[in-house]
Design a protein around this ligand. Structure first.
Ligand SMILES: Nc1ncnc2c1ncn2[C@@H]1O[C@H](COP(=O)(O)OP(=O)(O)O)[C@@H](O)[C@H]1O
Ligand SMILES: [Mg+2]
Length: 226
């Protein structure tokens, strides 16, 4: 379970302070597929980076299965990011000159899994995201956008995280490919009981999720109508 309690993030610029996240509270049961909608600049990426412990909140608490990650020392945060969180980005963020499979093996190497096991698991994950065998050894920069995003989802799943955070994962894809990626995330979420939180400004994609929230003026509210 993910619990976000009165989280604030402020940035100081030369002459003023902005608070893109200004008292955000919500919680998600394990295995929920949720979306956060909001305009560009509304603080969506800022909020995700707080949930993924890439940045520290100014105040407030983020609890993952009851553990307050806002209070963890840096050493524990590294392990949290590696073991409990999978990130999926709009720009995929793959290593371009590594193969699809090598990209997926990388987080398992950081986690200390032996090479043979990494290789077998990476192939399984790539099959799961429906990338055919002949794609596994292709360099990431030789794959289409949709294929690269599949690799990045497989990479996010590598260490079996509790929570996947996806920042505009369909932002660089055409509508049809974007829909396939969202379907893929939805099925992974429900099959593996992973909590998936997607940030998007695409209403059509957000409609496929179990719960939807809107972030505006630093506050979050749940969208209850359909
Ligand atoms: N590190 C930072 N320093 C100062 N301002 C920032 C920083 N990161 C984000 N911001 C500002 O916070 C606001 C929200 O940004 P962001 O979270 O990227 O929005 P979104 O992802 O919804 O487009 C923007 O006004 C942005 O310029
Ligand atoms: Mg953003």
């Amino acid at each position: 379970m993910l619990e976000v309690k009165d989280v604030v993030k402020s940035f100081k610029t030369d002459d003023h302070t902005i608070k893109p996240v200004n008292g955000v509270s919500f919680s998600l049961e394990q295995g929920t597929f949720a979306a956060i909608l909001g305009k560009s600049g509304s603080g969506k990426s800022t909020l995700l980076s707080l949930l993924g412990a890439l940045d520290k909140a100014t105040s407030g608490d983020v609890l993952v299965d009851g553990v307050n990650i806002s209070a963890l020392p840096d050493s524990k945060l590294t392990a949290y990011r590696r073991d409990d969180i999978g990130f999926v980005f709009q720009q995929y963020n793959l290593i371009p000159n590594l193969s699809a499979k090598e990209n997926v093996m990388l987080p398992m190497e950081f986690a200390g899994l032996p090479r043979a096991k990494r290789s077998v698991r990476a192939a399984q994950l790539l099959n799961q995201v429906e990338l055919t065998e002949d794609m596994h050894n292709r360099k990431a920069n030789k794959l289409s956008g949709g294929q690269q995003q599949r690799v990045s989802i497989a990479r996010a799943l590598a260490n079996n995280p509790k929570l996947i955070l996806a920042d505009e994962p369909t932002g660089n894809l055409d509508d049809e490919t974007g829909e396939l990626i969202i379907e893929l995330l939805r099925s992974l979420c429900h099959e593996k009981n992973t909590t998936i939180l997607v940030v998007t400004h695409d209403q059509a994609l957000a409609r496929k999720t179990d719960r939807r929230f809107r972030l505006a003026r630093g506050k979050i509210s749940e969208i209850t109508h359909h």
